[in-house]
Design a protein around this ligand. Structure first.
Ligand code: NAG
Ligand code: NAG
Ligand code: NAG
Ligand code: ZN
Length: 429
């Protein structure tokens, strides 16, 4: 793939133009949204004026899509039709850009090809769709009936069941809840969650047996079921739910901005129904999120630790996301626990680096997320975990990385739980 390091603005644009072929723009083919010659840029900037100039572009939803936003860099997907506008704004902002992906469709095509090499059994060498994940879950429940139990969180807008699995080897264990794939396009999260379930049930490693048997696990591999099906059938890069809006033709809400916890405070979400981080018309407007709050609320006294699986950026984000002005009283403990995860992962041969703090502190304010809501409800250790990578493949992480990512998440969680225990967070409530 093409990769220009540190643009040299003009040469790089000449390069990506030269590389562009055939169709441009989003087109429907087999009714799938295509991203031919859509490119993803990493843009470094120094100050808030530059940032504002660049973020103005994102209001043009059809041409620009914000993939990552931090105080030193943003990642932007740019339509081939908007390249000159992008170039003008870069110059105006005096920012430098580096191309991560020259053609997003190329990466999606590679993934589709890998997924088409379907094997008869479930595995972690390709990404599975919802029907395959649910069939696998049924097999798991049938294979381990004594220690597993299926549960249903509730129904999605389109009427699908949102399913989960509880793994419990004995009474009086502390509980860990894992939510995954609330953002539809973050496929690495459900691939990792299913691998993790399989390890808990089948590994013979002592550390993993201890993890599995001395904690109760509540795992929801795909929370945003409608959005996930939509990513498989229509648009690989869909993020939100699929409920239509009464005030706009744009569909869906960012479910991870929809919880009734500091909802829409401090610029932590958007009120624009077309925005990727649209908070919804009111808290819990999304049936999936209302159901999740009721389910998690009903068992919160049994849950000591909450983890929400996301990608990408390699971060652990603790409450609260909407402000860096005031940290929760056990923030220091949450940083110790996050450090344990990051140190364990960093010590593995892959050498993957995770950073940690609250979203508002390390990124930008984000309000209404599940982990904030779980914390507000009394689950004292609660993180959003952003998996690999840091933008090289972003949301379309090739399937060869599923197992390496899952292995390091497992090692990270072992260390995280161990630190929670040392700090007294695993006592029964
Ligand atoms: C643009 O950035 C460069 C390097 O950071 C700096 O030297 C230069 O003064 C900036 N120019 C403007 C117009 O901001
Ligand atoms: C897609 O796969 C081809 C063949 O393996 C490879 O050359 C190309 O770099 C891949 N594209 C991306 C964007 O990774
Ligand atoms: C992660 O933390 C390290 C060490 O504190 C720091 O040097 C680096 O810039 C951080 N990276 C990100 C992406 O925040
Ligand atoms: Zn996410």
């Amino acid at each position: 793939m093409q990769f220009c390091v540190l643009i040299t603005l003009l040469t790089c644009f000449a390069f990506s133009r030269g590389a562009s072929v055939a169709q441009e723009g989003i087109e429907k083919q087999d009714e799938r949204v295509r991203y031919d010659n859509y490119a993803v840029y990493k843009i470094n900037y120094d100050n808030s004026i530059q940032r504002q100039l660049l973020l103005q572009l994102v209001k043009r939803h059809e041409s620009f899509s914000l993939w990552h936003d931090s105080p030193t860099e943003i990642h932007l997907m740019v339509s081939p039709l908007a390249l000159s506008e992008f170039e003008r704004n870069l110059i105006r902002a005096n920012a430098t850009a580096e191309i991560f992906l020259a053609n997003v469709q190329n990466l999606i095509d590679n993934e589709t090809e890998a997924n088409a090499k379907a094997t008869s059994s479930f595995g972690w060498t390709r990404y599975h769709n919802l029907a395959e994940i649910e069939a696998w879950l049924d097999d798991i429940l049938a294979t381990y009936p004594d220690v597993t139990e299926g549960f249903v969180v509730g129904k999605s807008y389109e009427g699908r069941n949102i399913r989960g699995i509880k793994i419990s080897y004995k009474a009086d264990n502390p509980g860990v809840f894992i939510e995954s794939n609330i953002h539809a396009r973050e496929w690495i999260t459900s691939a990792t969650a299913t691998w993790f379930i399989n390890e808990l049930l089948s590994s013979t490693d002592d550390l993993i047996r201890d993890l599995a048997e001395n904690h109760d696990w509540y795992i929801v591999p795909v929370l945003n079921v409608d959005g996930f099906v939509y990513t498989h059938e229509k648009d690989r890069l869909w993020r939100k739910t699929r409920q239509p809006s009464s005030i706009s033709s744009c569909v869906g809400v960012d479910p991870n901005r929809n919880y009734d916890v500091h909802w829409m405070e401090n610029g932590g979400a958007s009120d624009d129904p077309c925005a990727l981080d649209y908070a919804g018309p009111h808290p819990f407007s999304e049936p999936e999120i209302k159901a999740m709050s009721e389910y998690l609320g009903s068992i919160k006294d049994k849950v000591n630790v909450f983890l929400a699986f996301h990608s990408y950026a390699q971060l652990l984000l603790s409450p609260y996301g909407h402000t860096a002005e005031k940290f929760p009283d056990n923030f220091d403990d949450m940083m110790k626990v996050a450090k344990a995860y990051a140190d364990a992962v960093g010590a593995m041969p892959y050498g993957t680096i995770y950073n940690y703090s609250s979203a508002a502190d390390i990124l930008y304010p984000a309000s209404g997320a599940t982990n904030d809501w779980a914390y507000q409800e009394g689950i004292r250790i609660s993180y959003t975990v952003e998996f690999r990578d840091r933008g090289r493949f972003a949301f379309v992480l090739p399937p060869a990385f599923i197992i390496p990512n899952a292995e390091e998440v497992l090692i990270g969680i072992i260390a995280l739980i161990d630190e929670c225990k040392k700090l007294g967070y695993l006592n029964l409530k």
